[in-house]
Design a protein around this ligand. Sequence first.
Ligand code: FAD
Length: 424
Amino acid sequence: MEEIYDVAIIGGGPAGSTAAVLLAQKGRRVVVLEREKFPRFHIGESLLPYSLTAFDRLGIRARLEAGAMQKFGGEIATACGQRAVKFYFKDGFRLKHHSAYQVERADFDKMLLDRARETGAEVREETSVAELACDADGVTLKLAGGSAVRARYLIDASGRNAVVGTQFQLKTTYAHLKKFSCYAHYEGAQRDKGIDATLTRLVRADGYWFWLIPLDERRTSIGVVMDLADFKARKLSPEAALDWAIRDSAVMRERMAAAARVSPVHSAGDYSYRNTRLTGDRWMLAGDAAGFIDPIFSTGVFLAIHSGEQCADALDEILTNPARRPRLFRRYERGLHGLMDKYLRFVTAWYRPEFIEVFTTPTQRFQLAPAVNSVLAGNIGNSFAIWWRMQVFYLVLFLQRYMALCPRLDAKTSAPAPQLEPAA
Ligand SMILES: Cc1cc2nc3c(=O)[nH]c(=O)nc-3n(C[C@H](O)[C@H](O)[C@H](O)COP(=O)(O)OP(=O)(O)OC[C@H]3O[C@@H](n4cnc5c(N)ncnc54)[C@H](O)[C@@H]3O)c2cc1C
């Protein structure tokens, strides 16, 4: 007779491993089905302070403290070098944690998956889920190769592969967020001194933006994000597009003058989407498998861990008291949709020209800058104190379209029109 698990989890990334650790700690029978062998490369290296409470709960804080670079804030700059503003989490509105971590995801994800094993979850790597079938008592997962796994409940944490969303055709994309990104690791990128060397830097040009994430003493993760249509029109390979964008921006030329690429260039496209449903009778979606909204504010891993926690807590309660399922699933759907709506609004604002004008003119009036800082740290804005300040921030952004409340950026800020080069 086939073994029946309480919960089967597709994917051993941050969402899946988080749920596995928490369920296993409660004594539930959990299996994680992961198609890769860890460690494996993954993008998403800058974490947020609001995940620290979860790291304590997962029992991995000390390991992160010992091995990962601490991050104290961020910087947003214009590509021409005209304006830049740094922010530090210590100045955030009522922030409990004043730092987070920059991590190499291969190591971070392996650490979390190992933790799931340690706490008693069964982890099967190099095991790919092909499809699922639900019935009144549970779910059967068909594995590539022909065997099957049976569980009472399923958490789909398969990342952007979104096994459930794809099978049930739940995925919807955002017409205004069709982006393309190319990224790699470099050594020798110029950094500032002291804690400024730990900041995530965002460099914004007219039509594309960069991230620079320090990973350790030497290596920096660097990526560029542009419209998918622009990338296609340029007819460049991802390597050539990344090289071109670095040469095109004055700030990046300076920071990268002595830098050498030490990894292949990876790329991803059209990655922002959401599933119309986040729960079914027997399944819940967590992390990117539920939805992903643009890398700009580094919210991906935070949302993956947060939703992994929520799924684990809900299912643990439901396994004891099945009658609570409809209510808890509804609450999960509402909460995660609400959170994604908040970030969607913030991300949409970033891609408008006035965002950078307002953001690089921070004001302490009404503690607006500390409130925005706090949201960037992962404050999900459930308190009224954050909520009304964010409404004022959006009002200022809206008014800035029509009147210069904050100094306008002059035309030089825009990157010059690209000189197209043939694909390498
Ligand atoms: C360009 C870019 C930059 C980003 N930068 C950041 C950043 O700086 N900070 C940040 O927090 N986030 C960032 N993100 C987002 C971040 O990468 C994701 O949000 C995060 O990895 C989501 O975690 P997850 O556990 O949901 O999914 P994943 O980490 O993708 O894990 C899913 C796992 O499921 C496995 N899997 C998939 N299909 C199957 C299957 N059929 N069977 C078995 N296993 C399967 C995969 O192998 C994978 O290991 C970025 C994203 C992009 C696209």
